[in-house]
Design a protein around this ligand. Sequence first.
Ligand code: XMP
Length: 535
Amino acid sequence: MTPQTAPAQSTQPVGDVNRQTIVILDFGSQYSQLIARRIRETQVYSEILSYRTSAEQLRKLQPKGIIISGGPNSVYDSGVPHCDPEIWHLGVPVLGICYGMHLMVQQLGGEVKRAERAEYGKSSLTIDDPTDLLTNVEDGSIMWMSHGDSVVRLPEGFDILAHTQNTPCAAIADHQSKIYGVQFHPEVVHSEGGIALIRNFVYHICNCEPTWTTETFVEEAVREIRGQVGDKRVLLALSGGVDSSTLAFLLHKAIGDQLVCMFIDQGFMRKNEPERLVKLFRDQFHIPVSYVDARERFLQAVEGVVDPEEKRRLIGHEFIKVFEEESTRLGPFDYLAQGTLYPDVIESANTNIDPQTGERVAVKIKSHHNVGGLPSNLRFKLVEPLRRLFKDEVREVARNVGLPDEIVNRHPFPGPGLAIRIIGEITEERLEILRDADFILRQEINRQQLYHHFWQAFAVLLPLRSVGVMGDQRTYAYPVVLRIITSEDGMTADWARVPYDFLETVSNRIVNEVRGVNRVAYDVTSKPPATIEWE
Ligand code: XMP
């Protein structure tokens, strides 16, 4: 079998080496990030490093424990990725999951073969040794399996902790060396007792303490920001989302008025949003925001444009121009604050490092800032205090520092905003209509406490008119489409089965209260084949 490409992550951590850390060596498992999140949920810091990380590098990092991830390959094939065999002799507890377990067995003298019966999905675990790794994991627990290979001979010193009907070695241990292997995936939600197993490993085997909390994160982020930027000035473009809002809070706490927050109003935000955002930061957090009213410019930039890609391109282009002008007017700045998150860091093999200073530099602003790229003469150094966090951790920090629920749990909102929810040409009149319809939809969602049930919920305006009748009058007006969806990650989505009464209320209110609309439709298409946004 041809070996599959292994991930190109760094062997250098982004976190603080002094912190108690569980290192995950990634062999390309789809679940590596999930393992890291599960560990962090136990309040212990965890980082994903490349499988190429050597035992020597790990010795310097002094992790409290090491997890060897699963992966798409078979250990007995040639050319597949291996870990440094010295890792087993570091004296640090190790847990191998699936492929990680197979590597452990093979490198320590046991044997792995293609399983007579592959096991995919749920399997009942029979526990042979209910102590140690499997303390509090109930006999008969359902565990999630995904493997075509099995351990057929254990290395010396290993015992079986649990088995399933098809897999004699489902969990194994060398108690003395504190080396463990599991054939199933304790990190996925379908594995009952998976969290108990992870807690056993982290707390009882690796002796970690719960040191990964919002409080310690904020303290450290503030200290790091001060250390990095010194007395230099930092520019931050607020977008209204949870990442840039949390960034603003942390940076302001760290460096006060060395931070300049800018909010570019391109005119495509939802009703009242720009005003509320600026007011919130000014009044509640005492963080001044430089409000840039660019509404007219953006409207002119897209005048008469119908093609969706062209709209996005022109809006992105205009954003760069405004950004450049404003950063020059408010500057000079040494640093640009960017809301890079941990998944962005581990997934971007092509990070741009300034060869002179060794710092990450901006050649790309995140898409929520709506920019495809910055001109090369505008190379800021980056300050990225969120680079260690997963999205749910950002929300937790945001919640704990007092950002309001409307920001903490805000649905995703595209950079080009309402511009890609008005199909066809954008005019001031159409923007006004869409803003009002969208506002009513959101009001009713909040009134009926449905907000948290949806991934996104918004209105779309179609550039055509249909006939209606209101009172004795014939009308000829726009239709509005409601798009309300559920999703796990935005990659796939389903239309929400909302109550008919809810649709009726929203429809009545929009037609009665928004002048220019005489018809409301509900989009009942999933993604795929449709996308979430209409443009
Ligand atoms: P689609 O329409 O591709 O959207 O199914 C998937 C998710 O991405 C959001 N989206 C954007 N987000 N800038 C963004 O920051 C954009 O240009 C953009 N376009 C789509 C969309 O709202 C959905 O959550």
